[in-house]
Each structure stands twice: as structure tokens, then as C-alpha cells.
Design a protein around this ligand. Structure first.
Ligand code: NDP
Ligand code: GDR
Length: 391
């Protein structure tokens, strides 16, 4: 999928920082031309992490609402837009209407790009979803995780603050906070006021991003909100997260393509919801008169073991006949149990989950049975099988 360098008419960018100025109040921004929205122009949203699970559902949702959606995407040596290809409109085939989605190359760790993008797009809403989001992996690459999760958020907040100051326009900001921040939980269920006791490099970094967002709200009056989202899944979930790993295995085992499923801690409990529901809460937060923090959860939790039992049962199999333990998937420090109380979001946003766990497991198993069937058809016909990653 082609990636745009930015909308036509992108103004030149220039931020001046006063030289030799004393520490306090040293920042001087040079006023400059920024895109001026007309009353008829669509609202503009910038999404970092647009090609991830949540980014894809959010982009779909916002395009459906008539937004022009801009997405930050990393350059990769293989196509990495499978989750959003269906929203993309080929400019060669498009009629005269404006594109619904425009992608821009960049990285959340690159402050220069973030500043340039925010200024050239002139977004009404910014959704910061980009992150090294795998908890187990964060123990292996803690510094990279902190750079994308914590420093990335701070750099984007700075870009938004500068843009507001220079343009005089107001931007609404969403930060993807996480239930993982509760760590060794102080109380159950967890609410917006439950203390954070992070248990992984990922969670530590998310706590920093969360507090930075609240600080920009208080210090600079930024309309900034944190969604403390509990685990949410879908057929688009990355294949190394436990729910998708299980449903992918269910499909492949059922069709004879795989013999066993290797997992770590089966006793961990999570409050699992559907990603499609959760992105609507992100948007709803930015439609409020002021920024705030909200827990988004179902209020029901279940162990990994029970999730697996139910997923295998959907195809008439017994999970324990196929599950094997692998120490490599156990975390150095684990979050044993999470269960969220989303009553504030219910009252303030009118948000509640619409998809129950059984329906969620059903849609994931159905999607992965279909993928396994495609794989089996190709194998039976004597073809090698390419995964979506191009192997
Ligand atoms: P995914 O892992 O599916 O998507 C993460 C996105 O971030 C991808 O688009 C990825 O791009 C991008 N990304 C990673 N590193 C960078 C970087 N350095 N620069 C630019 N983009 C980058 O996560 P989800 O969609 O599930 O989650 C979205 C956000 O919500 C994340 O911040 C996550 O931590 C948070 N969250 C998720 C929850 C969940 O249950 N899903 C719960 C609570 C919070 P690429 O494809 O190039 O890697
Ligand atoms: P989590 O999700 O760490 O909660 O983070 P994940 O699906 O990775 O793990 C959930 C629980 O399952 C246990 N587990 C395994 N996990 C994985 N990935 N692979 C296994 O083989 C396995 N076996 C058991 C884990 O130990 C854990 O207890 C997700 C991410 O989306 C974060 O970005 C987000 O912030 C949180 O959810 C809320």
C-alpha cells in the first residue's frame, strides 16, 4: 500500500526555541501557517499504531463517522498493512472524493517526525496507540519498550502542545493506558483510583505515559484522556497473545495441521473484551467536555485455562489433551489476576461492552478455523503455505 508523504499544501514547519535563554519559560515558538479547517472540511484524526489490532478497528470506526484518518506507520521490508488494507482507497481508482485514510511513514520514537506530522495534518484528535505491546517481550527488550511506550507518548504530547500553542487550535489527545499498570493488584475490581503496582518493563513504561498525559492535562490544559483498557481481543489479535495463540491452535489442531499447543501460566486471570467495542470508548472519551481517565472492562474475568477449555470445546475437543507446558512463556514477574470496574465509563460515556466472552471466543475460533481450512486446502493440493508475514 502506498504511503503518503502528507496532504498537499503542507505548510513549511519551523519551531524556534530561544537560544541562550534561562531555564524557566525558555520556550519560544514562532507562529506559522497551519492548515485552517473550513466548516465543511471533515474532522481529522491522527492514529499512531494504526496497523495494529486496535488501530485497525479505530480507523474503520472513524472513517465510518466521516473523519479523515491519518495513520503513522513504520517502514517494513514486508507489507504490514493487512489489517487496514480494506479501508484503503487506491488513489488511481478513487473518484473526486477526498481519501478517508492517509498513511505516513514514521516512528513513535522520532520526535522530529511527530512534530512535523502534527503540524502538517492539523488534527482535531490524536490517538496514541503505538507501542511495543507484548508484556513477555518487554522483559527481553526493556529499553526499546520504554522508548516506544513512555518516551513515545511524551514526544507526541510535546508535539501536540507545540502545535496548539503555535496554531491556537485545540487538539484532543487519547493515551492507550493499560490494566497491566495495576500489576500486583491492590484491590478487586480495579477502578480509576486503584494504585498502580507495575510488574513488567511494559507496565512501568505505561505508568509513565499515563502520568505524563495527566500532567499535560493539568499543566497545560490539554484535552487529554487515558483509557485504562483491560485485555481486548478479536480475530485480528496478534498471534503471540494468549487468546489468539489458543484459537489459532484450535483451528489447526481440529484440521490435523498441528499436534500440540505450548503455553505458560494457565492460572492467570484476565478480564477479556472485544476490541471493536473498546475503540468506541476511545472515541467517546474525546467527545467529552474535558479530558479524564476511564477504566474500560467487562467486569468478568476468567483464567487462561478456562478460556482454552471453552475455545477447544467449540470444536468438540478437550483442551488438556493438547496443551503442554513451556517454561519460556512464563514471565519473570506475573500479573496473576485482573478484573475491571467500568462503571465510570458507563455513567459518563454511556459505554458498555456489547460482546460477551462466549461470542468473542466464537468469532475468534470461527476466523481461525477458516484460516486453517485455507492452509489445509493449499497443503492438500501440494502447495507450500505462505503466512501473512510472507514466509
Ligand atoms: P498491537 O501490538 O496490535 O499494535 C501496536 C501498534 O504499534 C502496531 O501498529 C505497531 O506497528 C505500532 N508500533 C510499535 N512500535 C512502534 C514504533 N516504535 N513506532 C511506531 N509504531 C509502532 O497492539 P494493540 O492494537 O492490541 O494495542 C494498541 C495500544 O493499546 C498499545 O499501546 C497497547 O499497549 C495498548 N493496550 C492494548 C490492550 C489490548 O488488550 N489489546 C489493552 C490495554 C492497552 P508495527 O506493526 O510496525 O509493529
Ligand atoms: P497480557 O496478554 O500480558 O495480559 O497483555 P497476553 O495474552 O500476552 O497474556 C495473558 C496471560 O496469559 C498468560 N500466558 C501466556 N501469554 C502468552 N502471550 N503466551 C503464552 O504462551 C501464555 N501462556 C500463558 C500470560 O502469562 C498472561 O498472564 C495484553 C497486551 O495486549 C498488553 O499490551 C495490554 O496492555 C494488556 O493485555 C492489558
Amino acid at each position: 500500500m502506498p504511503v503518503s508523504g502528507g496532504p498537499e499544501g503542507t505548510p513549511q514547519i519551523g519551531v524556534g526555541k530561544a537560544d541562550n535563554s534561562p531555564g524557566e519559560a525558555a520556550r519560544t515558538l514562532i507562529p506559522m501557517a497551519t492548515p485552517t479547517p473550513s466548516p465543511t472540511s471533515p474532522r481529522r484524526a491522527l492514529i499512531t499504531g494504526i496497523n495494529g489490532q486496535d488501530g485497525s478497528y479505530l480507523a474503520e470506526f472513524l472513517v465510518g463517522k466521516g473523519y479523515q484518518v491519518h495513520g503513522l506507520i513504520r517502514r517494513a521490508s514486508l507489507f504490514n498493512t493487512a489489517r487496514i488494507d480494506h479501508i484503503y482507497q487506491d488513489p488511481h481508482l478513487r473518484q473526486n472524493n477526498a481519501p478517508g485514510m492517509i498513511l505516513h511513514h514514521g516512528d513513535i520514537t522520532d520526535a522530529n517526525i511527530l512534530e512535523r506530522l502534527v503540524r502538517s495534518i492539523g488534527p482535531d484528535e490524536v490517538y496514541n496507540l503505538a507501542a511495543q505491546s507484548h508484556v513477555r517481550v518487554s522483559f527481553e527488550i526493556p529499553i526499546h519498550t520504554a522508548e516506544s511506550v513512555a518516551m513515545g507518548a511524551l514526544k507526541l504530547l510535546e508535539a501536540v502542545r507545540d502545535y496548539q500553542q503555535v496554531s491556537g487550535r485545540s487538539v484532543r489527545y487519547y493515551q492507550a493506558s493499560s490494566s497491566e499498570m495495576y500489576g500486583r493488584v491492590a484491590e478487586t475490581p480495579q477502578t480509576e483510583s486503584t494504585p498502580f503496582r507495575p510488574r513488567s518493563p511494559y507496565a512501568v513504561a505505561k505508568v509513565m505515559a499515563h502520568h505524563a498525559t495527566a500532567n499535560y492535562r493539568e499543566a497545560y490544559g490539554l484535552h487529554a484522556s487515558c483509557g485504562i483498557l483491560f485485555n481486548h481481543e478479536s480475530p485480528r489479535r496478534g498471534e503471540t497473545f494468549v487468546t489468539r495463540k489458543i484459537t489459532r491452535a484450535v483451528g489447526r489442531i481440529k484440521l490435523g495441521l498441528q499436534g500440540a499447543l505450548f503455553l505458560g501460566n494457565l492460572d492467570a486471570q484476565r478480564d477479556w473484551g472485544f476490541a471493536g467495542d473498546y475503540v468506541e470508548a476511545m472515541w467517546a472519551m474525546l467527545q467529552q467536555p474535558a479530558g479524564d481517565d476511564y477504566v474500560i472492562a467487562t467486569g468478568r474475568s476468567m483464567s487462561v485455562r478456562e478460556f482454552a477449555d471453552r475455545a477447544f470445546a467449540q470444536v468438540g475437543l478437550v483442551a488438556k489433551d493438547f496443551i503442554r507446558f513451556d517454561q519460556r512463556y512464563v514471565r519473570p514477574s506475573e500479573v496473576e489476576t485482573l478484573c475491571g470496574d467500568a462503571s465510570k465509563a458507563g455513567r459518563a460515556l454511556g459505554w458498555e461492552p456489547t460482546t460477551g466472552i462466549e461470542e468473542l471466543i466464537g468469532m475468534m475460533v470461527e476466523g481461525d478455523l477458516e484460516l486453517a481450512a485455507q492452509e489445509k486446502t493449499l497443503r492438500d493440493a501440494g502447495h507450500g503455505v505462505r503466512t501473512e508475514r510472507g514466509r
